[in-house]
Design a protein around this ligand. Structure first.
Ligand code: 3Y8
Ligand code: NAP
Length: 249
């Protein structure tokens, strides 16, 4: 009997949950609990951390999960590393459902940096109007470059104001559209976009908007994740579920 645990929080995770619900395959989707009201799903949802690798292993065993699908965001590196370790320890089949990184096209003005700290350092210099499309969790790091006017976009309104002296805050959740993001960047007269190389379609609107407006982009490369079976399409996950043995593949 197949029982799937999806580690969610992305557009692809939601698409997989819909496909598994349609096929009436026993599935639970898991959220970390980062936002106040995560998107509703057509399968049962659990919210909150598992309690590290051991907690996830225990969860896998106790709920008789046969297949673990890590469909978390490419920057959720801790969760992905825990999924690899816990699946191995529990002898459970694991596959990641991930998306290829974005690549610059002709005419794009990208400055690729290896991590968040390098993105902050790259902002040394005279004041600019910068959109930080990084969400809420890493904004404080940019207090090291207080000279800029920042445009922030969060999923939920913050409990206290961000510590950046000059900032505008937009509360919105994706997926976004190129027209709305072009309008947002133009309205705020943004001249630099800082974002993570999330890949996928849910966050790509801002890149199309930056291209349209000829803006510079500081693109943060993904953190390294240990090797695992990595699939890019829901159909590939469905095939894997159909063909893989229930345990240890
Ligand atoms: C809680 C659960 C779906 C999933 C949709 C995708 C697309 C829209 C675009 C910008 C970039 C950012 C952020 C973003 C996008 C999708 C996807 C994606 C980027 C929700 C969701 C959860 C989160 C967590 C949240 C983070 C934040 C990151 C905002 C749901 C809406 C910036 C990533 O306030 C916080 O603490 C927010 C934290 C992790 C990154 C950060 O550092 O702040 N996502 N986002 C998940 C959980 O609890 O497990 O309601 O759907 C999901 C989505 N956000 O089913 O349609 O597939 O990536 N999410 C980034 O890409 O840089 C916004 O503004 O342009
Ligand atoms: P992370 O740093 O890799 O993980 C930190 C801890 O959060 C994990 O060790 C785990 O806690 C818990 N966790 C993370 N994802 C979880 C999930 N899906 N279900 C249950 N617990 C989870 O993760 P993150 O970057 O904060 O991402 C959190 C969530 O937001 C994920 O669902 C991710 O897909 C989504 N998201 C993140 C980003 C981003 O930019 N990071 C963008 C879009 C969506 P325990 O150790 O206690 O198990």
């Amino acid at each position: 009997m197949t029982r799937v645990l999806i580690l969610g929080g992305t557009t692809e995770a939601s698409a997989l949950a819909a496909a598994l619900a349609e096929r009436e395959i026993d599935t639970v989707l898991s959220y970390a609990g980062r936002v106040a009201s995560p998107r509703s799903q057509p399968v049962p949802v659990r919210v909150g951390g598992f309690g590290g690798i051991a907690g996830l292993e225990r969860y896998l065993r106790e709920t008789a999960v046969t297949h673990l699908v890590d469909a978390t965001h490419p920057f959720a590196a801790t969760m992905s590393a825990h999924a690899i370790a816990a699946a191995k320890a529990a002898g459970i089949a694991l596959a990641a459902l991930t998306r290829a990184p974005w690549a610059p096209r002709g005419g794009d003005r990208w400055h690729q940096v290896p991590d968040l700290a390098a993105a902050v350092a790259s902002l040394e210099g005279p004041p600019r109007r910068v959109m930080l499309a990084l969400g809420r969790m890493h904004v404080e790091a940019f207090a090291a470059q207080p000279q800029h006017r920042y445009l922030l976009r969060f999923v939920d309104a913050p409990t206290e104001a961000p510590s950046l002296p000059h900032h505008d805050l937009v509360i919105d959740r994706g997926p976004f559209t190129p027209a709305r993001d072009t309008d947002l960047l133009r309205t705020h007269r943004i001249d630099l976009l800082v974002c993570k190389n999330a890949g996928g379609s849910g966050a790509s609107a801002k890149l199309e908007a930056a291209r349209e407006l000829g803006l510079a982009v500081t693109m943060i490369d993904r953190p390294a994740i240990p090797p695992r079976r990595a699939l890019e399409r829901v159909e590939q996950v469905l095939d894997w579920l159909a063909h893989s043995a229930h345990r240890g593949v």
